[in-house]
Write a protein that binds this ligand. Structure first.
Ligand SMILES: Cc1ncc(COP(=O)(O)O)c(C=O)c1O
Length: 444
């Protein structure tokens, strides 16, 4: 008798097919030649920013001082290491531009996720009832894709240089009419991935106001989650450092997510959330216990040591490096692609530029993409099958805009370029290849 396959949950079924970006990246990675091909697609941090020596020192100090770092190689508790929580609290009280007073910090809890900010994002999708999630467009596609597989409806709202457009948030809320009852939460990336747009203080305050009013009208609290993954990486000195959204929130609706991945090392897997004690926070703590009891205690203690002893120099060092890269890449983009571009955002924080071409399509089936992937079918362009010319990978905008959102057509002319991982010489080469690809696309 023919056997039916394993019975999966709805989430299992939708996850058994790789997401479009994962499929594209896997295809590229399968025969990636690290000395020839150039990867401007991955969101990896630059290896040179990871403080290897200091992490070695931290490990020795942690294991050498069991009085302070108790049982660092044992299981930890689900809230997180108290050393690390204290270090994160200190970091927030010392950064005066965030405006977090002792009074505000005393009224908040800090929890550590089991595996980076990603695990807290996952937890949020697990403990909140599925419904509508409001987020900026272009969107953080990794999380939005996950939310949809978990049964949420992602409702994107276009952004501009100041972040999500709050006038359009209001408009979309009005259009929802009775469906407002199905709102689950707001997910706002403060330095947006992919665009690098930095959410202004005015918009932060406005979002808090809108969500407070909405919660009042619905008679229940709507969580407003700010993902600050790149906020420690604002390296453009002309940008005014933003205030913490928690300073505007009097009702315990705002939550801030942070990560040490970008300023220390992604492999430590340290992400945290700050917000008011609530059923929501307590459920996230239980979730941490359920998936692994705690983040590895040893990496929490290493992170605590690093925050206590080296963090301000380390943040300056990381930002100095990304600033230098952003300035060079901006210049090459202007020189090589200026004639082809309608808009270019990013380069002020984190490590992305987001390009909008005037006419050139960037989709996976476009001549531009084929030129850079060396799949045009023309050997003069692609090179011999066993020794292809250098390939360049980027994230096409079609994956960054919501497929049912307002930016679908524009997204086909956009791309995200990461200057985090590759070194400058290779990025320059990639930008030259992009100009050739745009020329090729114009003539085909
Ligand atoms: C917007 C955003 N949030 C969260 C994360 C993940 O952070 P973590 O490494 O702490 O899981 C990333 C990583 O690239 C990100 O871009």
């Amino acid at each position: 008798m023919e056997q039916a396959d394993f019975i999966l949950s709805e989430y299992g079924k939708s996850s058994s097919v790789p997401s479009p970006v994962n499929r594209m990246m896997a295809a590229f990675a399968a025969d990636f030649r690290s000395d020839t091909d150039i990867n401007l697609g991955v969101g990896y941090v630059n290896e040179g920013t990871i403080p290897r020596e200091l992490i070695l020192e931290a490990l020795q100090e942690v294991l050498g001082c069991p009085e302070k770092y108790k049982q660092a190689l044992n299981y930890g508790g689900p809230h997180g290491s108290s050393n690390l929580i204290n270090s994160i609290r200190k970091l927030h009280s010392e950064n005066k531009s965030w405006g977090l007073t002792e009074k505000i910090l005393d009224s908040k809890e800090i929890i550590i996720g089991p595996s980076g900010a990603t695990s807290l994002l996952e937890g949020i999708a697990h403990v909140l009832k599925p419904g509508i999630v409001i987020t900026p467009d272009p969107m953080y596609y990794i999380y939005c894709n996950y939310l949809e597989r978990m049964g949420f409806e992602v409702l994107t709202v276009p952004e501009d240089a100041q972040g999500i457009r709050t006038d359009l948030v209001q408009e979309k809320l009005e259009k929802l009419a009775a469906r407002k009852q199905s709102l689950s939460f707001f997910y706002i990336v403060t330095v947006n991935n992919p665009t690098g747009s930095i959410l202004s203080d005015e918009r932060r305050a406005e979002l808090v106001r809108i969500v407070a009013e909405l919660s009042q009208g619905l008679g229940r609290k709507i969580p407003l989650v700010f993902d600050k993954a790149y906020e420690d990486l604002i390296h453009d000195p002309t940008v005014k450092p933003p205030r913490s959204s928690l300073t505007y929130d009097t009702q315990g609706l705002a939550f801030e997510l942070g990560t040490l991945s970008k300023i220390l090392s992604p492999a430590l897997r340290i992400g945290y959330m700050i917000g008011s004690d609530s059923e929501f926070m307590r459920a996230l703590v239980q979730k941490t216990s359920d998936v692994g009891f705690s983040a590895p205690l040893i990496t929490q203690e290493i992170a605590s040591y690093m925050l206590d002893h080296h963090i301000s120099r380390q943040i300056n060092y990381v930002n100095h490096g990304y600033r230098k890269k952003a300035t060079s890449v901006q210049q090459w983009l202007d020189e090589q692609l200026g004639n082809y571009l309608q808009d270019c955002s990013g380069g002020k924080a984190g490590f992305y530029f987001y390009l909008t071409f005037s006419d050139t399509l960037t989709t996976e089936d476009s001549p531009f993409f084929h030129y850079l992937a060396r799949t045009t079918g023309n050997p003069a362009i692609d090179g011999p099958p066993d020794n292809k010319h250098p390939r360049v990978i980027y994230v096409p905008g079609e994956f960054c805009v919501h497929p049912q959102g307002d930016l679908v057509e524009k997204g086909k002319r956009q791309l995200r370029l990461s200057y985090g991982f590759e070194d400058l010489e290779r990025i320059e080469k990639a930008v030259v290849l992009m100009r050739q690809a745009a020329q090729y696309a114009a003539s085909s």
